[in-house]
Structure formats: structure tokens, C-alpha cells
Design a protein around this ligand. Structure first.
Ligand code: ADP
Length: 250
């Protein structure tokens, strides 16, 4: 369970990107974080795995206050949090399965990582993860020969190989065409339903958010202005999140 209590985030330049965030996300949830560009979506997601440190309040993951983690404990914690980016972040000149195997590098002795030696168990796990996202047949193809959607699936498989307790995704479909974006969202939904791993996805495409997520968190200027079921989001909610009703402002 992820629990934000009165969380704020002020960047070193003084800008307050998150203000008094209260949010609890449990097992099996599929949460879409939506809002205008600059609203704080990415900052919110990145505080969960400590890519960004919060500056006020408390943030706990399964009861652990993330700000108490340092060095080894922080590295171990991060290994259990999958993170998917818009840009896939693959090693394009090597095979798909080798990309997935990199998930194991952080926990390996340095000499195994240097030599690129993986255990049989790790190799099985990598192939299993590729099977889970439907691209086992591409295991020995070079990553840069795959389409964008397939590359994002490799990134998802790499994350699954980590045995994540949470999956965070920062604009995972932003650089994909609409058809491929849906395929990747289908994968997220299936993985969420099959594994019950909570998925928190930052997405600017509202229709996809409403269609795929079970819960929507709407952020405006660093504050949560909506938190509820995706199927209860209506035009009024969207206006509040995207502040399209300017006429009432003055
Ligand atoms: P979103 O993901 O909703 O587009 P972000 O979380 O990336 O928004 O950014 C929220 C706000 O914080 C923006 O106004 C952005 O300019 C600001 N911001 C992001 N990163 C930094 C930083 N490192 N230093 C200062 N301000 C930042």
C-alpha cells in the first residue's frame, strides 16, 4: 500500500510542485494520474520510488517511510518498484532477452554483471516475462528492430522480471500511435488483472485514462482536485482538472 499524508514537494528553486497530497493506493489498483502539462503528475509518480524526494509530510510504501531509506536499503527498495518511461530506455543494439536480463544486474555480484553471466533461473524468468507481454517470439531479435509498441512491451517485461511490488509508468504511451498505445494499455490492464500489482500511470491522454484505469487522480497546480472511479469522471470533473471554465474565474 502506498500512502501519501500531507505530502508536499518543493524543488530547490523554490517552486512547490506538490501541495498537501493525501492519497492511498492499495493492492490491485490501476490508477491514472491526469492533468495539464506542468500540473505535477510526473513529480507525484517519481516521489514514490524516490527519484524525487518529498519535502513535507510522509510517504509510506507498505508501512515503510520512504524518506528513512538510504544506501543499501534504498537500492533494495527501488529494485522492487518497476518504472516505465515514455522513451522505453532499452539498450537498442542488443537482443530483447538481454534487455530483460538487465533487470537482474542491480542485485548481482559485480563480476557477474561485468561478464554478463546470468543464472538459469534468471534466464527462465526473463523468457517468462516476455511471454507475459506476448513477445516471446522476439526474444533473440535486436531491440532496435522492434516497433515502438513492442519496445515498450520489452520495457514492461524487464519491469516484470524485477518482481515489482508496484509498477509506475511515466507517460508510457505518449510517443506511440493511437492503435499501438491501446495495445500497450491492454498489456498494462492484463498484467494488473492477472498479478494484482498496483499500477500508477501518468498519462495526458484522457480517453485512454478513463477507458483503462479503474481510478483517476486529477491534479491541478500540484493539488489533487479529483480522486475517484474512472467511470464517474464527467465533464464537470474534467473542467475542474483542466480548468477549461475560465469565465467563472474572474
Ligand atoms: P507534469 O508531469 O504534470 O507535466 P511535472 O511534475 O513534470 O508536471 O512538473 C510540475 C512542475 O514542477 C512544473 O511547473 C515544472 O516546471 C516544475 N519542475 C519540474 N521539475 C523541476 C525541477 N527539477 N526544478 C524546478 N521545477 C521543476
Amino acid at each position: 500500500m502506498i500512502e501519501f499524508k500531507n505530502v508536499s514537494k518543493r524543488y530547490p528553486n523554490g517552486f512547490e510542485a506538490l501541495k498537501n497530497i493525501n492519497l492511498t493506493i492499495g493492492e490491485g489498483e490501476f490508477v491514472a494520474v491526469i492533468g495539464l502539462s506542468g500540473a505535477g503528475k510526473s513529480t507525484l509518480i517519481r516521489t514514490i520510488n524516490r527519484m524525487h524526494d518529498i519535502t513535507g509530510g510522509t510517504l509510506t510504501v507498505d508501512g515503510t517511510d520512504v524518506m528513512t531509506l538510504h544506501g543499501k536499503s534504498l537500492r533494495a527498495f527501488r529494485r522492487r518498484i518497476g518504472m516505465i518511461f515514455q522513451s522505453f530506455n532499452l539498450i537498442t543494439r542488443t537482443t530483447v532477452v538481454k534487455n530483460v536480463l538487465t533487470a537482474f544486474v542491480p542485485g548481482q555480484p559485480w563480476w557477474r554483471a561485468t561478464l554478463g553471466i546470468y543464472t538459469k533461473e534468471e534466464k527462465m524468468k526473463a523468457l517468462e516475462a516476455l511471454d507475459q507481454v506476448g513477445i516471446l517470439d522476439k526474444a533473440f531479435v535486436r531491440a532496435d528492430q522492434l516497433s515502438g509498441g513492442q519496445q515498450q512491451r520489452v520495457a514492461l517485461a524487464r519491469t516484470l522480471a524485477q518482481n515489482p511490488q508496484i509498477i509506475l509508468a511515466d507517460e508510457p504511451v505518449a510517443s506511440l500511435d493511437p492503435v499501438t498505445a491501446r495495445q500497450v494499455m491492454d498489456d498494462f490492464r492484463r498484467i494488473n488483472q492477472e498479478t494484482h500489482i498496483p499500477i500508477i500511470i501518468n498519462i495526458h491522454h484522457v480517453e485512454l485514462a478513463l477507458q483503462y484505469a479503474t481510478r483517476v487522480v486529477g491534479i491541478r497546480e500540484g493539488e489533487i482536485v479529483y480522486d475517484g472511479p474512472a467511470d464517474q469522471v464527467n465533464q464537470e470533473t474534467l473542467d475542474a482538472i483542466y480548468q477549461t471554465k475560465k469565465e467563472g474565474a474572474a
